[in-house]
Design a protein around this ligand. Structure first.
Ligand SMILES: *Cc1c(COP(=O)(O)O)cnc(C)c1O
Length: 381
């Protein structure tokens, strides 16, 4: 019997119709920002309750621009989670503000909303929560907190496009909402991002930050009032994104089915008795962007890297999302230290993303669970 193909932890699904659409854009004579970007923004806006949406060339710049539009900079603090892709806090530093980390709730792995008030100071301007793995932070509590302390909210919804809160799409309500369309996300534009804003004034300002601060008027009018960057999305990328949006519901339904199978297979294998931590079994709000297990550190004889190495040898990809941000050298230099956020640190050492993507077969889930359980049994003290 031949070995099964290597199963990556994720893989984008670009269909032939999208590829054909990209070919048409390439042949059209206009390949950078143009009609495809406009169409992409319109589709995203429809998903977000008709709110203004602007597309960018990454989720990272999208968050940075939200901070700039909110007027956040030197002397200001932004409350965020230490368990995220480092972009979340890097953009706070990039605008000259200071990230203020608040530990995670180990059950959801998202920022612990119950600890936010204690972190608010007169310098606090915004909360930037992250929907890790697509599981939304409690939006009712979040926005109530923000309102009470008169803070802006920049939702880092990079992972939660297609997730919902109380039946409403993430992005359709709130303050700023930032999405990423990196290839690992549930829908991709190769690289790309989008920002949901509150009104046309903010949207126009975001357009200025997107491209050199330029404002055009009439046939030949051009003015520059602020320093913008080079963050525009190409029409080629937007066409990929449009093809993906057509598949969102189908992709996410498949992700849900695979996640359900993971729960059933782990339960049948007695995973929790071995101490393996599973994500919240949420089938209402999340888009199941990732399936992340928590290795049982106190009982494990080998480091996580060995588990990953052995999974890889068995033809299974895995990944870490994420090491705790405050433990990076850059952040240590700014004053954070081990022990500051014990739940995020524990997750940073033990969380493991296992394969979940729409093109996976049911039998792939069974193989991942079987392999991981065999491996765990061998590796426990
Ligand atoms: C992917 C991601 C980002 C950044 O998105 P890019 O498009 O890669 O710039 C930010 N935050 C989180 C939580 C992400 O997962």
């Amino acid at each position: 019997m031949s070995a099964p193909d290597f199963l990556p932890f994720t893989k984008p699904a670009i269909d032939d119709a999208t590829i054909q659409g990209v070919v048409e854009v390439l042949r059209s004579g206009w390949i950078t920002s143009g009609p495809q970007v406009k169409a992409f923004e319109a589709r995203l806006s429809a998903h977000c309750g008709g709110r203004p949406v602007r597309a960018f060339n990454s989720g990272t710049c999208t968050m940075e621009i939200a901070l700039r539009v909110a007027g956040i900079g030197p002397g200001h603090e932004v409350i965020t989670t230490p368990l995220s892709w480092v972009a979340t806090s890097n953009v706070i530093l990039a605008v000259g503000a200071r990230p203020v980390f608040v530990d995670i709730d180990p059950a959801t792995r998202n920022i612990d909303l119950g600890r936010i008030e204690a972190a608010v100071t007169p310098a606090t301007r915004a909360i930037m929560p992250v929907d890790l793995a697509g599981l939304p932070v409690d939006r009712d509590r979040l926005h109530a907190l923000a309102k009470k302390h008169r803070l802006r909210v920049i939702e880092d919804a990079a992972q939660s496009y297609g997730s919902t809160w109380q039946g409403r799409n993430i992005g359709a309500f709130g303050d700023f909402v930032s999405f990423s369309f990196h290839p690992n996300k549930n829908v991709t534009s190769i690289e790309g991002g989008a920002l949901v804003l509150n009104d046309e004034r903010e949207a126009t300002l975001a357009e200025q930050y997107r491209l050199q601060g330029v404002i055009r008027s009439g046939m030949d009018g051009m003015e520059v009032e602020i320093v913008g960057g080079k963050f525009n999305l190409t029409d080629v990328a937007a066409r990929v994104g449009l093809g993906q949006l057509d598949r969102l519901a189908e992709f996410n339904a498949r992700r849900h089915a695979l996640a359900r199978r993971y729960f059933a297979a782990f339960a049948a294998a007695g995973a929790e008795k071995l101490g393996l931590g599973l994500p919240p079994a949420n089938f209402t709000d999340t888009n199941w962007h990732m399936f992340q297990v928590m290795l049982p550190e106190p009982r494990l004889k080998v480091p996580r890297a060995v588990v990953m190495e052995e999974l890889k040898a068995a033809g299974i990809g895995s990944q870490v999302h994420y090491p705790a941000i405050h433990r990076f050298k850059l952040y240590r230099k700014l004053g954070w230290k081990d022990g500051d956020f014990p739940h995020a640190e524990y997750a940073g050492r033990n969380i493991l993303t296992i394969p979940l993507f729409p093109a996976m077969a049911d039998t792939d889930v069974d193989r991942v669970v079987g392999t991981l359980m065999t491996l765990l049994k061998r590796s426990l003290k």
